[in-house]
Design a protein around this ligand. Structure first.
Ligand SMILES: Nc1nc2c(c(=O)[nH]1)N[C@H]1C(S)=C(S)[C@@H](COP(=O)(O)O)O[C@H]1N2
Ligand SMILES: [Mo]
Length: 516
């Protein structure tokens, strides 16, 4: 039993390594699916709490915890297989059970939502037959790999023991081990052939299904642009109308002060001369109501905040936060550990032009995963401090963490609209900050049943996604439509309705339509 545990765990380690290295056909999707299934065992409140506490660390931590669980499960399976009569039969049974369990996971995924969406990572949303084949092949290859490594491990351990117990006739023990290994390999081969048959059948069925559907994105009208033009991008500031700062880029200075190596003052030219970074990034205001439109996605260019801090000789270990000060008196406090993440950007361009005045010219912060208020505009000073410095909105009780809640919106049809019977195009956006979106579902019966929508692959790790679906109403009448998203970890958007204050609104976006 001990040797089974060791050999099984070793097989688990090899499996995880193969997935991480992308050697299995569906490596990462498979790993993500395992992580997601594991996370679903936790109550939603616990997950939400963890996400807020761990922030950047939540995703990798969740992922690797699941991978440790995979190793443990393989170890357990190995130990169990070793006590059954005949290691060979037991191992073959373990492999077959692994394949069956893998296929069961795929089949049990409600209408293949999350897997199809995860496959956006391969470029084609809802890739159909190819997607299913990749998943099934990945599962089978993983199971066979586990089985073979397990058997090899057992053989090695047995060979070592034989050499120890038979000091003179060690060769005989090794021969037995070799025959055993052969017998075991034949058993594994048989199990693999069986699995291959199931796969061929799956492939054929999936191919048929895929041929029947054309992408909803070609048919749904009225979706918002994936990249929001600057003049349509929402504008929020604490300042009364017309009182936003209008700064002169030549006279503007950025001061880096406080607990840094050597305080410096930089000009806009200094900053533009530094190595730049650029990416798509979505902003959402914490005051956005469920279904609201205080959300936009743009392409930004700027410099890494941490590079700018390096220009000031780095941060003193006594500092716990950066205090941001802006030309309008706005303030924000960001933990040093979060601020030093490589993807935290000081942006000076938005959609190819210098930051428009209302969006923070000449320099604003972009921090993944946090609500708009944590992204100060018109920055003039960044000070490293040893106190828990909080920002402007925290004084009135708004969240200091401000981690984006998973949100999804219906943009078409409009609430209260009338649509023609037949095929109705539905669509909108979904966003979960740095967690990403793995799937979107809609309901036309008050949330009793949900159908998967198509999801466009995100433009980047910190952007919203567009979703679309073609709905065939049963007949004329009044319908209530709702939408919900799953974040990148597979956590489903909560239906619990909470107001915007203090942590950002939650609940499903619900609209009513009349079908003629
Ligand atoms: N200096 C300054 N920065 C600010 C604010 C502000 O009032 N002053 N408002 C914040 C809020 S609440 C949001 S939602 C975002 C909005 O950014 P946008 O206007 O570019 O969409 O800016 C943030 N940065
Ligand atoms: Mo905001």
């Amino acid at each position: 039993m001990g040797r089974g545990l060791v050999a099984g765990a070793a097989a688990g380690v090899v499996l995880v390594a193969a997935m991480a290295a992308g050697l299995l056909p569906t490596g990462l999707v498979l790993a993500a699916a395992v992580a997601e299934r594991a996370r679903m065992l936790l109550p939603l409140d616990v997950v939400a709490w963890l996400i807020v506490r761990l922030k950047f660390a939540a995703k990798p931590l969740g992922f690797w915890t699941s991978m440790v669980a995979v190793v443990a499960a393989c170890g357990g399976l190995g130990a169990a297989a070793a006590v059954l009569p005949g290691d060979a039969r037991a191992a073959a049974a373990a492999v077959a059970a692994g394949v069956a369990a893998g296929l069961a996971v795929v089949a049990a995924a409600p209408a293949h939502t999350y897997l199809a969406a995860s496959l956006g990572a391969y470029g084609a949303p809802n890739a159909g037959a190819e997607a299913w084949a990749r998943i099934a092949l990945g599962i089978a290859a993983g199971a066979v790999l586990v089985g073979l490594v397990y058997l090899a491990g057992l053989t090695l351990l047995d060979g070592a023991r034989a050499r120890r117990t038979l000091p003179a006739g060690g060769a005989g023990g090794a021969g037995v081990a070799r025959r055993e290994f052969l017998a075991r390999s034949v058993a594994v081969g048989a199990a693999t052939a069986g699995a291959a048959g199931v796969l061929a059948w799956l492939w054929a069925t999936a191919a048929q299904a895929a041929a029947a559907v054309a992408s909803a994105f070609q048919r749904v009208r009225g979706l918002p642009p994936e990249v929001t033009p600057n003049d349509q991008f929402y504008v929020i500031s604490k300042n009364a109308a017309g009182l936003d700062p209008r700064l002169d880029g030549r006279r503007w200075r950025l001061e880096i002060a406080g607990l840094v190596g050597r305080p410096v003052t930089l000009t806009l030219d200094d900053i533009r001369a530094m190595p730049s970074v650029a990416r798509y990034h979505t902003l959402i205001c914490i005051s956005n109501e469920v279904g609201g439109d205080l959300i936009g996605n743009a392409h930004w260019k700027g410099v890494r905040l941490r590079d700018v801090i390096q220009r000031a000789g780095g941060v003193n270990p006594r500092a716990i936060r950066f205090a941001f000060r802006s030309a309008d008196g706005y303030t924000e406090g960001i933990p040093v550990a979060d601020a030093m993440q490589p993807d935290v950007m000081l942006a000076y361009e938005m959609n190819g032009v210098p930051l428009p005045p209302e969006h923070g010219f000449p320099l604003r912060l972009l921090i993944p995963g946090l609500y708009g208020m944590k992204n100060p505009k018109w920055i003039t000073k960044i000070e490293a401090v040893s106190t828990h410095f909080t920002g402007y909105w925290q004084a009135s009780g708004w969240s200091d963490e401000a981690v984006v809640q998973t949100a999804s919106m219906i943009r078409t049809p409009g609430d209260g609209g009338t649509v023609a019977a037949g095929e109705v195009g539905l669509g909108g956006v979904a966003f979960a900050g740095d967690r990403g979106i793995s799937g979107v579902e809609y309901s036309t019966d008050g949330g009793r049943t949900w159908k998967p929508a198509e999801v466009k692959p995100a433009l980047g790790p910190y952007t919203w996604v567009l979703w679309a679906a073609v709905w065939k109403p049963d007949g004329p009448g009044r319908y209530t439509l709702r939408v919900r998203a799953r974040d990148g970890g597979g956590v489903v958007q909560t239906a619990a309705e909470r107001p915007t204050s203090p942590d950002g609104a939650t609940g499903h976006h619900i609209i009513r339509v009349q079908v003629r």
